[in-house]
Design a protein around this ligand. Structure first.
Ligand SMILES: [Cu+2]
Length: 108
């Protein structure tokens, strides 16, 4: 019983201190996952990781622009303020599939 309480407290603390974290992995040419869901008013740390090549991930509406290359990830903390469906795109010309790189971001 005691252990469960401690675990519960630990989970609560990490959520309070760190907030939500989402990793997005870019490859030639797309993102994994293809869609993420955020909560309105809830801060989230978004990290872009690249598995191959240089890629970006940006959304003007949500106010971020990340760039990553293998071994060099980049993070940003955002707090979406409006419910809706957004599309983030690759912001770095990265080759023939560049224009097909989209990530759907749903804010609930
Ligand atoms: Cu690109």
């Amino acid at each position: 019983m005691k252990i469960f309480k401690i675990l519960g407290l630990g989970a609560l603390l990490s959520v309070t201190l760190l907030g939500k974290e989402i990793d997005v992995t870019a490859y030639n040419w797309g993102y994994e996952p293809k869609e993420i869901v955020l909560k309105k008013g809830e801060p989230v740390k978004l990290t872009l990781i690249s598995k191959e090549g240089d890629h970006g991930l940006g959304s003007k509406d949500l106010g971020f622009d990340l760039e990553a290359s293998p071994g060099k990830a980049q993070s940003v903390e955002i707090t979406p303020n409006e419910v809706g469906e957004y599309t983030a795109k690759c912001t770095m010309p990265c080759g023939s599939g560049h224009k097909k790189m989209f990530l759907k971001i749903k804010v609930e």
